[in-house]
Write a protein that binds this ligand. Structure first.
Ligand code: GCV
Length: 700
């Protein structure tokens, strides 16, 4: 048998294996489109490396594996193209149009050239070419230049030394601390490949609720071993630090950031780290937040703490990411305002190596939040945005929620900072540094990865990792374009199925909001954060109850943040305030974030608040059936194992959506004192039944 035919059969057989999701979007299965395969094959007869650096070799390896799978033919890697044509050349170039990490794909003298200003740029270009082929785009779309809009594109892992992951729903930590540094799990490389394919260039490997252990020599050796695997893929490692480490592991009497001995301890520790990890990225810090110690314990400011670490990093190419997620246990305060109250006066007082890392919203990764007021207010400090990819408040790994629309909604929000005209001061422009001319720019996503074979638990949650990475590179991409890409690369090329799945993904977040927290409700409290528990009214501090957030009473629902209430709206620029200030004009998705609205108030939909809430809870829960139907309709186009996995999770989602709807309506109805409007039917269980269900879930 001719070897090509044999290879073809082998590939076909390989493609028909059940898909366990391990390969993520880097599937590289043979493409069915013969003419497309032919065109690409003609341009991919060899891969020529112009130098042999580990990153260029990684790029060549990836291309070789990818092209072999996609085109069904071996592609040799050669040292020098000489006069040959019809191949792919990987090369460093100094083109004006290229920024650091940017890439250029072009056709030159009969070859396909992947050029980058840096090795990492070439690697990103190689992945871009593979993506082009995986999404069946013709080669004719070249030349193309692409530069990242944000410099530091990071995943934050909330992983602990004991292997658990805070707010992780996909198994245990990816990092096998007990095996490191001696054994390097092959999965570390696949993790690096997946991130590099998106342009993610940094990873904070441990939880922001940090253990001091990560700064001991024993653990630094483990982290250094991970760094050796990530390095060729352009990924730098960072560490979350425990602020009192100089006391806990250094034997000092204090961790006061202005104490010379403490400063020396950090300088020495940083030197030790760079001795082991020469490209170490820097520190991430959660301080004086949710019980974590920090500089305020010594009557110092966040700037004092951050600048001390910046000083330690001065001799090296590292940065400090100092989180602004702070709020005190003050019964009279509004948690919404806490971050700006603590950080506002520090604007301009941070060392140039410090980026203040701000969660997208003012509270805590709710299914919908207004953008954090810091983005419009702190113009003298580079601000990184922190999104949560893991679905802490979005149904863990059971509910299908495509998050790109949430990310985009925030990035496209207009801060109107510095009196800018509409569209000139979006959150994205604050974050990418262009609005305030900052040299540093960063974006972070709290990872949803774990030891589950498919990385993310819910197979569709891979799309959220993917979308975060793609937007970190280019925040102007649309959610729909990203979803279409991901579906093509991960699930199917069948055009009707691609459209149907993309449509399902695009509606999923809004559906979730409808049965979970419609009209601007929010539901944080202390605990597992799975189901809404609006009745939760006891905790060690008031802002760790549910009633603190929704403020239900017999008059209405929602948190008055106008001048008659907490006046949190005053933290925004006047133009933003104008949009949200008036209950009659406030867009409905944000209504209860800013207003305490009477039950009987007529909304712009023509319904009263109570009727509108019920409509959203019920149609939201019903829409999960629509999601199930959409998914059922694509069955012939999807791998059976993957299809069944998602179908099973959707069935659970449907059950839980009804349960969550019931929790809210049964709890709120005695306050609203109104019937559930037709055509909806009163839940056939009691509030007590629902509470029992929640108690069972808390046990897990
Ligand atoms: C890592 C929320 C989460 C915590 C998390 C915290 C943070 O409160 O529930 O698990 O802690 O945010 O972002 O620091």
């Amino acid at each position: 048998m001719h070897y090509r035919y044999l290879l073809f059969l082998l590939l076909l057989a390989a493609n028909s294996y059940a898909d366990d999701g391990y390969r993520l979007w880097l599937k590289y299965d043979l493409i069915n489109d013969a003419p497309q395969r032919e065109t690409y094959s003609r341009s991919a007869q060899f891969i020529a490396l112009t130098s042999n650096t580990p990153t260029l070799k990684a790029a060549a390896d990836e291309l070789q594996t990818g092209l072999q799978g996609l085109l069904g033919k071996p592609v040799p890697v050669i040292a020098n193209a000489g006069n040959r044509t019809g191949g792919i050349i990987l090369t460093i170039r100094k083109a004006q149009a290229l920024a650091k990490d940017g890439y250029q794909l072009s056709r030159e003298k009969g070859n396909l050239v992947i050029g980058g200003k840096t090795d990492a740029g070439v690697l990103y270009g190689a992945f871009a070419l593979l993506r082009q082929l995986q999404t069946l785009q013709p080669l004719e779309t070249l030349p193309r230049t692409s530069n990242p809009k944000i410099q530091y594109r990071l995943l934050n892992h909330w992983d602990n030394p004991n292997g658990s992951v805070e707010r992780g729903y996909a198994g245990e930590s990816l990092w096998k601390w007990y095996e490191l540094p001696e054994r390097l799990d092959p999965r570390y490389r696949d993790y690096a490949r997946a991130n590099a394919s998106l342009g993610i260039n940094g990873t904070v490997v441990n939880n922001v609720n940090a253990s001091a252990r990560f700064l001991t020599r024993e653990y630094l050796d483990k982290v250094a071993a991970l760094a050796t695997v990530f390095r060729p893929y352009g990924i730098r490692v960072y560490l979350s630090v425990y602020f009192p480490a100089p006391k806990v592991i250094g034997g000092l009497k204090t961790a006061d950031p202005l104490d010379p001995e403490v400063r020396k301890w950090w300088a020495d520790k940083t030197k030790e780290i760079y001795g082991l990890i020469p490209d170490f990225g820097g520190y991430l810090v959660k301080a004086n937040s949710e019980g974590e110690p920090g500089p305020q314990d010594y009557n110092r400011t966040h700037a004092d703490g951050a600048n001390m670490l910046a000083e330690a990093l001065k001799p090296y190419d590292g940065i400090v990411m100092w989180r602004a997620f702070v709020y005190k246990a003050d019964p009279k305060a509004d948690r919404f305002k806490a971050a700006l109250e603590e950080f506002g006066d520090l604007d301009g007082k941070f060392d140039p190596k410090v980026i203040v890392q701000v969660k997208n919203g003012p509270i805590d990764f709710q299914p919908r939040e207004p953008f954090s007021p810091l983005f419009g207010a702190m113009t003298k400090t580079p601000l990184s945005i922190e999104f949560q990819i893991t679905q802490e408040y979005m149904g863990f790994a059971t509910h299908l929620v495509y998050e790109a629309p949430l990310f985009k909604e925030c990035l496209e929000s207009d801060t109107y900072a510095k009196g800018s005209p509409p569209g000139a001061a979006t959150v994205a422009k604050v974050v990418d540094g262009s609005l305030n001319n900052h040299a540093l720019s960063a974006i972070a996503g709290v990872a949803n990865t774990g030891s589950d074979r498919n990385w993310t638990g819910h197979p569709m949650a891979q799309a959220n990792w993917y979308a975060f990475g793609r937007l970190a590179w280019d925040h102007t991409l649309t959610s729909e374009a990203i979803a279409t890409e991901w579906v093509n690369m991960t699930l199917t090329h069948e055009p009707k199925a691609v459209k149907q799945i993309t449509g399902l993904m695009m509606r999923s977040r809004e559906i979730y909001v409808d049965y979970n927290t419609p009209l601007g409700l929010s539901r944080p409290w202390t605990g597992v954060h799975f189901a809404p528990e609006p009745w939760q009214n006891k905790s060690s501090r008031p802002d760790w109850t549910a009633i603190y957030y929704h403020r239900v009473d017999s008059i209405g629902l929602g948190f008055d943040r106008t001048a008659t209430g907490s006046n949190a709206l005053a933290q925004y620029t006047p133009k933003v305030r104008q949009v949200w200030d008036n209950a009659d004009q406030c867009p409905l998705p944000y209504l209860l974030w800013f207003h305490h609205v009477p039950w009987t108030k007529k909304l712009s939909t023509g319904r009263t608040l109570w009727d509108e809430l019920c409509t959203r809870f019920y149609t939201g829960a019903d829409s999960v059936s629509w999601m199930q139907q959409q998914w059922a309709g694509v069955k012939p186009a999807i791998d059976p194992e993957l299809f069944a996995n998602v179908a099973g999770r959707l069935a659970t989602q449907r059950k839980e959506a009804i349960w969550w709807r019931d929790a809210w309506v049964l709890y709120l109805q005695p306050f609203a004192r109104q019937p559930i409007p037709a055509p909806f039917k009163k839940p056939d269980r009691s509030l007590e039944d629902v509470k029992r269900l929640v108690d069972i879930y808390q046990l897990r």
